[in-house]
Write a protein that binds this ligand. Structure first.
Ligand SMILES: O=C(O)COP(=O)(O)O
Length: 238
């Protein structure tokens, strides 16, 4: 692996208590609709499942409205007109297509790489907590070169529940503490585009930032902050 030395030293210094820099912020990002616009690739994978059952394709915007609660829920909603279905089998068909086509049209939103790097350079602990299956999430974050900045990337299947249940958050917190995070809940942020992200933040008592550029819906949830562009996170947190 090639080490970028200026970045490496920035990390060591900023994450080392020896140098007296406070290591006190944990920022947890949702994935779909927050870091990446994954709509088209998810949509194609869903339609591949529908056609495998002999069903007509759904328009993308309809499918996008079903994303957010993880793969099982996505399959249940996307096959609501197929009475005879085995959801486990449908999930397998979805996975089989999607793992081979994870990053065809998927793109990071503007400012994501640069902002993640800036937050990491400050010594903050960064993590991804998604309802998307964890192995798929990690493949995409790796593809975009984000893994080096993340203490962990957790998704569906890594813990037994999905957001807004708090289990995934507590696992991220455990990893962060193990790596030296010494802050409190008021120094912890959930950044997402979906009501499950905002509900999770409320459930565990951390700050929330709602990404208006994403494709999720906030429903009746009230985030602490809203952003139009990803890089606005810097002015809120730094
Ligand atoms: O795949 C989903 O259902 C949603 O994934 P997300 O939590 O990263 O938005």
């Amino acid at each position: 692996m090639l080490i970028n030395y200026p970045d490496f030293f920035k990390f060591v210094f900023s994450h080392s208590p020896v140098y007296g820099v406070a290591v006190n912020k944990l920022i947890i990002f949702d994935f779909d609709g927050t870091l990446a616009d994954t709509r088209t690739d998810i949509g194609r994978a869903v339609n591949s499942v529908r056609t495998s059952y002999g069903l007509p394709e759904f328009p993308m915007d309809k499918i996008v409205g079903y994303v957010g609660g993880g793969r099982t829920q996505l399959m249940e909603k996307s096959l609501h007109d197929q009475p005879e279905k085995d959801i486990t089998e449908a999930c397998n068909r979805f996975t089989e297509y999607y793992v081979r086509n994870l990053v065809v049209d998927t793109r990071l939103y503007d400012g994501v790489s640069e902002t993640i790097k800036a937050l990491w350079s400050k010594g903050y602990f960064l993590a991804v907590l998604s309802n998307k299956p964890g192995d798929m999430c990690r493949k995409i974050t790796a593809f975009f070169g984000l893994n080096q900045y993340l203490i962990t990337t957790l998704g569906g299947g890594d813990v037994s529940t999905v957001k807004p249940e708090p289990e995934g958050f507590y696992e991220v917190l455990r990893v962060a503490r193990e790596k030296g995070f010494n802050g409190k809940k008021e120094n912890t942020w959930m950044v997402g585009d979906h009501h499950t992200d905002l509900q999770l933040a409320l459930n565990v008592g951390i700050n929330s930032i709602f990404c208006k550029f994403g494709f999720g819906s906030r429903l009746e949830m009230n985030p602490d902050f809203e952003i139009e562009r990803f890089n606005e996170i810097k002015s809120i947190i730094i």
